[in-house]
Design a protein around this ligand. Structure first.
Ligand SMILES: *Cc1c(COP(=O)(O)O)cnc(C)c1O
Length: 392
């Protein structure tokens, strides 16, 4: 069956690897791995244990698991922080009235993705102020503001990593460690650079979530949760199908010391976030490729694609500026004619043939943002033609 059979018209995605538009094109090697993994049965718990060992080897983390996206990894990571190895707490989630349930977050790091954290039963507590954004000062959230907000109800700290996040992660981790609290980092879209996969775990964060379906080019419904053995183990127990026989099951020794998990958990809060064996093998294959030499070539390829588009637009008198910083995904800023409304141009591009979706973050400035990560080679010419037909 094809998309067209359902009456769904495929689009040219010039927006990047956004989830709303289906993420990145799946790596061909990941597709092959999916196909071959689908032909055999495996025990999912054994597979996730092996995955953890492989991730540990590749990324120097204690442990890791594959979840059904970075948002799922945030829910699972929160569940691990709230419940630890306590079966009664695992069973209680998302009800958290009987134990510490608050996650602190800098007020300017709040986003719609908080919902993934609240879904596990956590209460989000925003700390500090951003006086730069409010135009009333020069300071942003400061480390002491986290420390001042810590109470007996605090279970951990949530941190959203970007290049402009303040305070720096290292400073927040220092406060957390002083108070014996775990830090959960949302780094969903923070690769490339590939180094971030190791760097954020190395920083001392207890748990870090990445998307598998963005730049990594795994299946869109995959994500990585990397971190300490016990927390990742707890997250795993709360995601796995637990309908084994308690006489036959023991808590995996790869995550827990003997006696650390007393009894056998029932299906946990993360049971609905399961990942198929095929998806696990596909994202592990995509990650293996992502860690290899071809990744650096991809940056150059995106750059060349945008240069081609830029040259064609410029030749037709349309202003286009290529923004390329080292280690960052390049983007092309295309200016619409000053008499045109960029929102209208964007809407027309979405509904014309071929349908084109461009980045919408700077429409109010009259700029269409083009990202090459999800554009295929054979879409470049149709994309240029579509842009030129709408911008005059
Ligand atoms: C994309 C994104 C997520 C969600 O990732 P999925 O893999 O789609 O679940 C979470 N947080 C941030 C900051 C993101 O950019």
């Amino acid at each position: 069956m094809k998309y067209e059979d359902l009456g769904v018209v495929p689009i040219i995605n010039a927006c990047g690897t956004v989830t709303r538009l289906g993420g990145a094109p799946l790596h061909t090697a990941a597709l092959a791995a999916y196909d071959s993994a689908a032909q055999q049965s495996v025990a999912i718990e054994e597979l996730q244990i092996a995955v953890s060992q492989q991730l540990s080897q590749w990324l120097d983390c204690e442990a890791g698991l594959i979840a059904s996206g970075a948002a799922a990894a945030l829910t699972l990571g929160t569940a691990a922080i709230l419940a630890g190895t306590d079966l009664a707490r695992m069973e209680a989630l998302p009800a958290t009235t009987e134990f510490p349930n608050e996650l602190l977050i800098a007020s300017d790091q709040r986003s719609g993705y908080d919902h993934a954290v609240r879904a596990a039963g956590a209460k989000i507590v925003a700390v500090g102020m951003n006086e730069v954004v409010s135009g009333a000062g020069v300071r942003r959230v400061e480390p002491w503001e986290y420390a001042a907000a810590i109470t007996e109800q605090t279970a951990g700290i949530l941190y959203v990593q970007t290049d402009s996040s303040r305070p720096l992660l290292a400073d927040v981790i220092r406060v957390a460690q002083e108070h014996g609290l775990p830090v959960l980092v949302d780094a969903a879209g923070e690769i490339p650079p590939v180094e971030n996969l190791k760097r954020l775990v190395d920083s001392g964060a207890d748990l870090v979530a990445f998307s598998g379906g963005k730049a990594m080019r795994g299946p869109q419904a995959t994500g990585l949760l990397l971190g300490t053995r016990t927390l990742v183990g707890s997250a795993l127990l709360q995601m796995l199908d637990m309908d084994d026989h308690p006489t036959l099951w023991t808590a995996p020794a790869e995550f827990f010391v003997a006696g650390e998990v007393v009894g056998m958990p029932r299906h946990g809060i993360g049971r609905g976030l399961k990942v198929s064996k095929e998806s696990i093998m596909a994202v592990m294959t995509a990650l293996e490729k992502f860690l290899g030499p071809e990744q650096s070539k991809l940056m150059n390829l995106w750059h060349e694609m945008l240069q081609r588009i830029s040259a064609a637009l410029s030749a037709a008198g349309v202003t286009a500026e290529l923004i390329a910083h080292e280690n960052q995904v390049p983007q092309l800023d295309v200016k619409v004619n000053s008499e045109q409304d960029a929102f209208e141009v964007c809407q027309c591009l979405r509904s014309s043939s071929p349908r084109v979706f461009v980045g919408h973050s700077r429409l109010d400035e009259g700029v269409l943002v083009i990202n090459a990560m999800a554009i295929r080679e054979n879409e470049i010419e149709p994309l240029i033609a579509a842009l030129l037909s709408q911008i005059h």
